[in-house]
Write a protein that binds this ligand. Sequence first.
Ligand SMILES: [Zn+2]
Ligand SMILES: [Zn+2]
Ligand SMILES: [Zn+2]
Length: 492
Amino acid sequence: MFGMRTPAKASRSRRTPLRTPPTEDEDSLLASQIDQEAKATQAPAKSQTQTEPSDDIHSVPQGSSPVSRTQGAQPANMDTFIVQAPKKAKAKTILKGRSAEARQLLIKIKLQLSNSRNLKGEIKTEISAAADKMYRLIREAETENPLSPVCERRSSQKWEINVGEGGLTKASSVNPPPPSFVNEKLIKNLEEKLAEHAKYIDNSTQKIGNLINCIKEEREERRQQPTYAAMAAGEPKKKLAERPALHSVAVTSADEQETGEQVLQRIRTAVNAKETGVLVDRVRKARDRKVIVGCGTREEREKVMHRLKNANLRVEEIKNKDPLIILKDVLHYNTDEDVLQALAGQNKNLFKDVKEEDFRAEIKYRRKVRNPLLCHIILKVSPQVWSRVTAAGAIHVDLQRVRVEDQSPLVQCSACLGYGHSRRFCKEPETRCSHCGEAHLKASCPKWQAGVSPTCCNCTQAGLDAKHNAFDQACVVRRKWEALARATVAYC
Ligand SMILES: [Zn+2]
Ligand SMILES: [Zn+2]
Ligand SMILES: [Zn+2]
């Protein structure tokens, strides 16, 4: 019975009435069995004269309990125990479940209770009743608990079926619909998520559009650039160094009433180039009624200055500016001093024939690049330095071989897209789009996003062909300004 072997004498012992009132059939049966067990184990203890060896609970050696957990021999199941029966044969029986364990403990409690003869009968009855009740509670708990996870699983299955078969608004006729407030909440959540995703998709579409436009522009630029084969086959490009720097003078009239146009007429008369043979390369009107006269050589300029002074005109010599170079992708940690020191010290072979007084270099500004560790550095250098480094194409700076290119002296405002000033000194109230010329940034330009071809606002204003971006190097207005800016720069 219950995995226990009762001693042979147990059957001969007299039966006692139940100590606890029966509540359930099974429980009352159990109680009677436990009582029987208690009597049976008590019997050998009472009759010490009997010859049969007593292998009851008292004879179990210290340290080992009648109920012991298996180690290694059985699978690691928490609810599996081996009960050592109080018999010589030591039969091992496996009991499963908490109620079985509880039952075993209950037997043990009653066994010990009946062995403690000195305890009062009332106390014994109370403890016995409490143990019975505890066992009942455990049984009840075990029969109720396993149901709950099953119920949960069933309800979740219903939900899945409802969503799958009946859709969001129609409830399935087979399965009862979930409470309406849950349904509404679910729909609301789904709607919110859908709206969120729609926003993401919109953003992505816009970004993809921008990317496509960037790629198109890049391709167009590459198409315009001559290929290696074309370069090898065609005429070599005229070097910037071969472009003559003009030696110019600024001419103004002493009479403040005279306009720039009148000053220009007086210059024409005074120089009288057709008869005197004086060579003037360019003449242009500037701000404040000034007229700039440029000559190819210093000698020609001297002749012009002499004639103009005789005609009562104010003549001012314009000092040519030093050209600019750009050092590309220089490691940012190099200070301005480091760069200047490296230019002179690490590239001595380039400047072997440059006199010390002709060696000039100063840092103008740095330009950020995508890689935060690098930057472009723009330097103003003497014409001698400019011609050497642009011809070499690269210089050494600290632990780098840095690319060097000519840098245009023309400044274009990134806000109003005008020339001759930078964004910092811009006086225009609105930022203009380089793609269409309207008052917004190119990144948010609807025409650019839609892939419409660009319109240069500067060329539109000048009535020229404007089918290009306002930053395009091929822009006609830009080229005019570039020529003006370079006219005051000495490249040799
Ligand atoms: Zn501006
Ligand atoms: Zn635009
Ligand atoms: Zn243009």
